[in-house]
Structure formats: C-alpha cells, structure tokens
Design a protein around this ligand. Structure first.
Ligand SMILES: [Zn+2]
Ligand SMILES: [Zn+2]
Length: 356
C-alpha cells in the first residue's frame, strides 16, 4: 500500500512537535519518553495491554491502574507506575494524564500538555455509530486538544457497526440451536477484551460456559477490577454438548479444539464484516463485533476533540487522511508497528488495502 508522507507539517525551524516518530516508536522529545514503543526504551507510557501496544523490555512503564493487572499477567514482573483516569503527573516537564478509551479494561488515551499545547494520543478506542458503549470498561471520553493522534483500524466507510445487542442475540441464537442439537459451540475471539465483552453479553441460562486458559487468566484481572462476568465451568466438568466454549483464535484446528468432538465454530471480530473473511477463517459463523471505532464513530470522536490537526495510525491512513483534509483539517499519518492484538493467534485481519 502506498503511504502518504509520514508527517504533515513542514518543519518550522526551532519548533519540535510534542510527539515525533522514532525507530523505537512514538516519542515525546520534551519529556524524553515514548508512547506504546515497539522496541525497548527507558520510559514508556502504555495506552493498553494488547500485545502490539504493550511490549516487553522497557525500563519503566506508566499505565492506567486497571491496565496493570493484565500488563503484569502478560509481561511478568515489570516496573509500572499506575495512574487513575484523569490524574496528572509530570514526566520530564510534560503534564501527562490518561483518559478512558472504551476499548478494553484499562485502555486509555494519553493527554500531553506542554507550553500551552495539548496533544492526545488515542491508542485503540471504541466509539460506535450505533451509540453503544463497551460494558466491560469505562466508556470513551472525548478530550479537547490541539493535535489528535487517532487510530484508524476500521477507517473505511464500509465499516458501520450494528447495535451490539443485535449481534449478541445472534450469538445466543446460534448457541441455543447448537445446544438443542447436542453439539458444543466454539466461539473464537481475542482472549483480552473481546472474550470478556462476549461473556458479559451472552445469555448464561442457555448452558454451561467454558473458557480457554488464556481467557481465564484475563477474566481474573477483569473480576479483580470489579467487572461482572458469568461463572465458568472447567472443561472436564462441563456438559460440552450444551456448552459455549470461548477461546482465542489460535485454537483453530488444534488438538485443544479436537477435545470438543463434533462442534460448531464461530469467529467474533470486526473483520467479519468483510465478505470472505469468514470463509478464509474456515469457520461456520462470523459475528461482526469490534472493540474499535467504526467509520462514523471515528468521525464523531475526531470531531469531539476540536483538534485542528489530526495524525492517523493503524490502517487505511490514506483514506482517513483524505477525508480529514476534505473537512479542512491539517492531517497526516505516523508509521507505526501497531496492528496484531494477539500475534500468537492465526490472524483474522486481512492486510489493509486502501479503498478495499
Ligand atoms: Zn488494542
Ligand atoms: Zn492497536
């Protein structure tokens, strides 16, 4: 895919942006720290604990308090300073605070203020044109800023989410039909975030719920943060013929999945909106459920910041940048290594192609 120039404004001599691209990741020169860097750095501010944003090997981490449990579960014994939403700290002379992004537990937008200028880096966020909020975490909060660095994972007009209640009703109907036929329902979803959103939304009266170990360990962090999730049954103790089994995409075709016998399987992801995505995954059903903003959600979120300059990350940058420029905004993109939330999984995401 051809990319637009990586930065948008002709450099003004003597003026350095509050955030710039570096080989290690996005960098704040004024405060001497990185945000979600992909290579080891001394100081990292982390937006959320997905694998593409929170990596191993940094000297010190700063993250939202609810993010810390999942961070430690995934990265081990790291040095991390927890911050409540809205609480501000001074990092090298830059005022840093974290604000809800609505994406997963502890997900945050990073607000940076220095010499009267405010930048907000969104990380991944969920704002749906259908008006839903993710019930398993604090909802996205617009933060006024001069420059907004926005994700654009689903930044194409074809991506418009239906109300999540409709999608969950489809999941329940599929599970109930399988249970009536005496076959397990294997529902594959990212183990951090999507799995918990599904668990919080399904009808636990249909049958027992079994989760893969990767989901179970993240569930513990959600419960510790006060998020209500239905009770689950160990796989050996469950009546599998009536069970909903929630597992990461990596189990597809594995020995673990074969333990379930003859099952129906499904994949829950925003990518399921693309015709052919379900077929390529080789599953029976695809449910369109995303923890990222859809096209109208991106537009609404960007507008609510009041930013006059917007920098796009994550995907479909060219399409989003063109739309922003049509709105009269100064727009550009950052080249990042964000993208695969669970790199160990068989990746359901097709390579982004502008205009696809
Ligand atoms: Zn994410
Ligand atoms: Zn991301």
């Amino acid at each position: 895919m051809s990319r637009p120039p990586s930065c948008c404004r002709a450099p003004i001599p003597g003026v350095i942006d509050l955030v710039i691209e570096r080989p290690e990741g996005l960098y704040c020169p004024a405060g001497d720290f990185h945000i979600d860097p992909w290579r080891p750095v001394p100081r990292a501010v982390i937006t959320h604990a997905h694998a593409d944003h929170a990596r191993r090997g940094h000297g010190a981490y700063l993250a939202q308090a609810d993010c810390v449990g999942v961070l430690r579960a995934r990265l081990g014994d790291i040095t991390v300073q927890p911050l409540a939403y809205g609480e501000a700290v001074d990092v090298g002379g830059v005022r840093v605070s974290l604000h809800p992004a609505g994406h997963v537990l502890g997900s945050a937008q990073v607000r940076l203020e220095h010499r009267g200028e405010v930048w907000v880096l969104s990380g991944d966020y969920f704002v749906s044109g259908a008006g839903d909020a993710n019930p398993t975490c604090a909802p996205f909060e617009p933060v006024r800023c001069d420059v907004f660095v926005t994700e654009s994972t689903f930044g194409l007009p074809i991506y418009r989410w239906r109300p999540q209640a409709e999608v969950l009703a489809e999941v329940n109907a599929w599970w109930a039909a399988n249970a009536a036929a005496g076959r397990p329902s294997l529902l594959m979803a990212y183990s951090f975030g999507k799995a918990q959103r599904l668990l919080a939304g399904v009808d636990a009266a249909i049958g027992p719920i079994v989760v893969h170990g990767a989901v179970d360990s993240v569930n513990a962090a959600y419960r510790a943060a006060g998020v209500a999730l239905p009770a689950t049954t160990p796989i050996d103790a469950a009546d599998l013929k009536r069970a909903l089994v929630v597992a990461p995409p990596a189990v597809h075709g594995s020995a673990w999945a074969r333990r379930l016998g003859a099952f129906s399987d499904a994949f829950a992801s925003g990518w399921m909106q693309l015709r052919g995505a379900r077929r390529r995954q080789g599953v029976d059903r695809g449910f369109v459920l995303s923890d990222h903003a859809d096209w109208p959600g991106l537009q609404r979120a960007i507008g609510a910041t009041g930013a006059s300059r917007v920098i796009v990350t994550h995907g479909y940058e060219a399409v989003m940048v063109r739309w922003l420029q049509q709105q009269g905004l100064e727009a550009g993109s950052f080249r990042t290594e964000f993208g695969d939330e669970e790199p160990a999984a068989s990746d359901p995401a097709p390579a982004p192609v502008a205009g696809a």
